[in-house]
Design a binder for this molecule. Structure first.
Ligand code: DLZ
Length: 169
């Protein structure tokens, strides 16, 4: 799929649900902090922009991207969140470490969301090099953190809507 000239973070803000009633958790990997700090800033400011109150946004750090699903699970266990956003950056190296981490995080994130009936958002950059990561964390291809926050709001709103409808029946 051709995405080279597209800023994937461009979206219509008018169609994003208000986050004023939501509690959102963000888990951030400490690896590649230049990148993950930019992802965090993108996610955090997008949540604020759409009405999520500062006191309803919790940020926790984990050592590496491999730990993101565990961090998300712990936040869901000990906190009350409408969605969790996982942010990390894995850069291709010379060994197969990259493949193992990316696949494990993707699978565990999906499984966690299903098991907990909560949105757990996959905001992991998986890039060939640092330049690709920079391009996607506030560079020419946008900011994956922004996209992750938009996805979290949409999914939290979907869950709230379905829950409200089910109690009316
Ligand atoms: C070990 C490792 C390597 C080689 N590369 C990255 C990376 O590019 N991005 C990242 O977030 N984490 C990396 N890690 C750390 C692992 O995610 C994990 O923290 C360790 O394997 C300990 O479980």
């Amino acid at each position: 799929m051709e995405t080279k000239k597209v800023n994937l973070s461009e979206y219509n803000p008018e169609v994003i649900p208000s986050g004023e009633d939501f509690n959102i958790g963000i888990v951030v990997s400490e690896w590649n902090p230049t990148i993950t700090n930019s992802l965090l800033e993108g996610a955090y400011t997008t949540l604020q922009k759409h009405g999520v109150k500062d006191e309803n946004i919790a940020v926790e750090h984990v050592p590496g991207s491999f730990e993101l699903p565990t961090g998300a699970k712990l936040m869901l266990k000990y906190g009350k969140y409408d969605a969790i956003i996982c942010l990390g950056c894995v850069i291709q190296g010379e060994t197969r470490h990259f493949d193992f981490i990316c696949e494990a995080v993707a699978n565990a994130t999906a499984q966690l969301a299903m098991a907990e009936n909560r949105p757990v958002i996959f905001g992991l950059l998986t890039t060939n090099d640092m330049q690709q990561a920079l391009d996607r964390s506030g560079g020419k291809h946008g900011n994956k953190g922004v996209e992750a926050a938009v996805t979290a709001l949409k999914m939290a709103a979907l869950r709230a809507k379905l829950k409200a409808e089910s109690t009316k029946k």
